[in-house]
Every structure is written in structure tokens, then in C-alpha cells.
Design a protein. Sequence first.
Length: 200
Amino acid sequence: MSIDHIRASLGDAQAALTRLLSDEAALASIGRAADLLVDVFQRRGRVYSCGNGGSMCDAMHFAEELTGRYRQDRAALAATAISDPGHLSCVGNDLGYEQVFSRYIEAHGRTGDCLLALSTSGTSRNVVRAAEVARALGLTVIVLSGRPSPTLEALSDVVVCTPAGAFADRVQELHIKVLHILIELVERRLFPGNYCSGGA
């Protein structure tokens, strides 16, 4: 195993993060997404998150950091990742995989809630369908993608598009950073005491 390959991989990841740091539009979108999440929680709404593969894992991580804890103890925040195996296998078998997320939103989503939809490609059909149903039901829609997606952009309130390059792994590395930042920004607004005198 060449140490050069390890350095090259870390350098590629660093370059992706540098591109995000210099992308003012993406940074502004992260701030707007955080504002929308704060508004949902202040109105006692719920945030649903969804994605495929690694993005589902990110969606689950995002939800559990909100319902559990992030860095310090605070009140739980209402968040659910659409990841229940019974639901996914039932809908996938009976109605088709395209509807696994949208059917859940149809059942549980209410006006004032929020869908945070992850798609590294920006083209995942089941994610697009979830956004369509969420929009129709009056949910706020936040999209986290790795490539421009006119279809998802038209269905969303905010799109955070991370400039990570050609491969999904780099996109996911930036997505988890964005999700952690969103959680921190939400906490800073709703639980400012967690970021005073040593918590900053």
C-alpha cells in the first residue's frame, strides 16, 4: 500500500472542502437551510430526511443527532429518517421503489413540516418523487445534492449543492459536514446556552 495513494486521497478530499469553502452561493444556501429548520422546530413541526445508500445513512445520522444529542445535552428535536425496513420493503414490493419515500411523506407529513432530501446525483427518482409529494402537502423542502438538479431545484425552498467532483464518496464527505453544520446552527439558535463559555 503506497503512502502516496493515501496522501492523494486525503488531498482530493481537502480540495473538495476548499471548493466548498470558496463557494459563496453554497455557503449562503446552508445558512438559509438552517433558518428554515429553525422555523420548523419553533413551530413544533417535524423534519423528515431521506436518501439512498450512503445518503440514507447520512439521513439517519442527521435525524438521530436531532432526536438524541449532538455535542451537549438539550431538549429533543422532532426528526425522522425514512429508513424503516418494513415500510421500505412493503412499498418497494407493492408500489415500486420510486415511491418508498413519497409514500411515507404522504402518510405522515403535515403542513409546516420539512423534508430534507439527499441525492448525490441530484437525479434520484424516489427522492424527486418525495419532494413532489412534500411540496404538494405544504412541507418545506431542503435538498442536499452533489450536482445541479433543475428538477429538484424547482421543487425545493433551498438547494445546497456541494462542489465535490466526479464521485459520490467525495459528495457524501461534504454532505456529512453540511449536516453537522446545520445541526450546530439550529442548536445555536434554539439552545444558545450550549455555545457559551466553553461550548462555543
